[in-house]
Structures are given as structure tokens and as C-alpha cells.
Ligand binder design. Structure first.
Ligand SMILES: [Zn+2]
Length: 215
């Protein structure tokens, strides 16, 4: 058994679960990507590009260092590998990154709607706001730079303008759960917006209290 097999198996399990539930936008496609930080640090395991999730096996997962040098794997790593590495370099609390193309977060991404603090559960798990990361073409250094510019808010989820969603976690399970929670709150917020009624956000003192608990 290889040194990173457990991480590779966990990535494939997570990828299949998300794919079957529409998180990548197309069940038979290969959109989105998942990575975990490996020990020793400065290396990550990441899904390959253009490999449908339904056909993916642990042996297809790529291992690269922070300079994107291939350590293991016979396929090309995700085109968003630079974005993933940029997150790990700038957020030491993050050990897993999931990028998805889910329907409701994608709607908010094209109507330019960041998600305010709406529920205790979401604010505690994800942070006080899901900010919008300005558009840059997929896989570009500009996109990675735009992501880095927003990471200082200590939140675990972001919406990529005209693209999709990004969820982070202290481990893969947390990033996975955050991907699901983000799509849930994006769906609720979208439907709430369509009513045209005033949206009630959490009071500021509650947000401050939750933020203290998160630390
Ligand atoms: Zn994408």
C-alpha cells in the first residue's frame, strides 16, 4: 500500500458523493476539483483534469509539491492546482480544498450576491459571510490571486463569480460538509430573494459572539 493511499481513497469517495448529488454540475463530467494537504507538508493530493468522477479510482489521484512538480500519478493534475496550492500557502488552518459547480451557489455567482450571516449553524461552521471572488478565467494565476485576496476573512466558503463555489476545511470531512452547507444556504438565500421580502440577517452581537466561539 502506498504512503498516500488513504488520502487518495478519501478524495475519490468524497468526489463520487458530490458528483452523484450534482455538486459538479454534470454527473458524467469532470468539472470541479478536490485536494488535501499531505504530510510531509508542501505536497498535496489532487484530482486529475478531465477524468469523470464516476470512472475515477484512487490510482488516478495526483500528488504534486507546492511548485506543481509531479510526485505521483500518471494523469495531469487539475487545471486549478495553482488555486489550491495558493490556499494552502495562505491559510495554515486549511488542510482540504473543494471546488464545485453547484446550481444555487452558481446562481448567486452571476447575480453578484455574497451571502450574509443568516443562520447560527452556517455562521459557526463557515464564517460570518460568504464573499464573492472576482472573476478570472478558470485555471489562471489571476484567479488564484483573486482567491488569495479574500482568504484573510477566515471564512471557509467563497463564491467564484461566474463560475461556482470554493469550500475549505481543517480536514476533508469538514471541507465536504462545508460544500454541502454552502449549497444549502445558497438555495435558501436565492429562494428568499425571489420573494422580494426584506431578508433578516443575524444581529451583529450574535455574529461577534459566534466569531469568538469559532476561535
Ligand atoms: Zn471550476
Amino acid at each position: 500500500m502506498g504512503k498516500f493511499d488513504t488520502d487518495k481513497q478519501a478524495i475519490v469517495k468524497c468526489a463520487r458523493w458530490l458528483s452523484e448529488r450534482g455538486f459538479f454540475g454534470c454527473v458524467r463530467g469532470s468539472g470541479g476539483n478536490i485536494s488535501v494537504k499531505l504530510n510531509p507538508e508542501n505536497m498535496i493530493a489532487i484530482t486529475p483534469t478531465r477524468r469523470p468522477y464516476q470512472e475515477m479510482s484512487p490510482g488516478d489521484i495526483c500528488v504534486v509539491d507546492y511548485k506543481l512538480k509531479s510526485i505521483e500519478g500518471h494523469l495531469t493534475p487539475s487545471v486549478e492546482t495553482t488555486m489550491h496550492v495558493s490556499v494552502y500557502k495562505n491559510r495554515p488552518d486549511v488542510n482540504a480544498v473543494i471546488h464545485t459547480h453547484p446550481v444555487f451557489a452558481s446562481i448567486l455567482s452571476i447575480i453578484n450576491r455574497p451571502i450574509p450571516a443568516l443562520f447560527d449553524e452556517i455562521t459557526f461552521e463557515i464564517g460570518s459571510a460568504v464573499e464573492l471572488i472576482p472573476y478570472a478565467i478558470s485555471g489562471s494565476a489571476d484567479l488564484a490571486q483573486h482567491v488569495v485576496s479574500k482568504l484573510g476573512n477566515d471564512c471557509f466558503c467563497y463564491i467564484l463569480q461566474n463560475h461556482g463555489a470554493l469550500s475549505l476545511g481543517r480536514d476533508l470531512d469538514q471541507a465536504w460538509k462545508n460544500a454541502e452547507l454552502l449549497e444549502k444556504v445558497a438555495q435558501i438565500y436565492y429562494y428568499a430573494l425571489t420573494t422580494g421580502r426584506k431578508i433578516a440577517t443575524l444581529p451583529k452581537d450574535a455574529i461577534d459572539q459566534i466569531n469568538k466561539m469559532r476561535k
